[in-house]
Design a protein around this ligand. Sequence first.
Ligand code: IMP
Ligand code: MG
Length: 172
Amino acid sequence: MDKELKLLFSRKEIAETVARLAREISVDYADKKLVVVGVLKGAFVFLADLVRHLTIPVAIEFVRIASYGSKKESSGEILVKKDVEITLEGKDVLIVEDIVDTGLSLTFLIEHLRAHHPSSLKVCALVDKKTRREVEIKVDYTGFAMADGFIVGYGIDFNEQYRALPEIFVVD
Ligand code: IMP
Ligand code: MG
């Protein structure tokens, strides 16, 4: 069953936003040991575009986390399904996430990566749903802010559908 999709962010808006984020990151991480940690699967398209705009060296890692039960339940039900494959000790780690919603997954992931003792640990999110936050979280680099609403496209799915769409849509 196909859902009705309404365009939210166009290719042009996304491209400009990703380029802007990459410029900021390239300036801030000049002379640092940047490792981006992409959160699978949703961030894969964003990460691919973002790193190609960076003008500094970067290492790329991925993690996959899963939450059991409803998202609204406690963060204790989140676990790491695929971990980073290098040590992050002494590195400048930037988590690259598609969406920050309640903040529970990211809170869990930050704690998980902190155990590596990175030199620094920051967050870059393509979309921030600020009003949905259940736990306080600092997003250091934000692409777009939006209110409530379920989005798909540009790597982001609804039941594994729509990830390959080049633009971002709201699902009705
Ligand atoms: P949080 O723990 O509630 O912040 O969950 C964030 C994660 O939920 C994101 O990384 C997405 O995987 C998923 N998510 C949140 N909102 C949406 C949405 O609008 N579309 C698709 N996935 C979403
Ligand atoms: Mg995600």
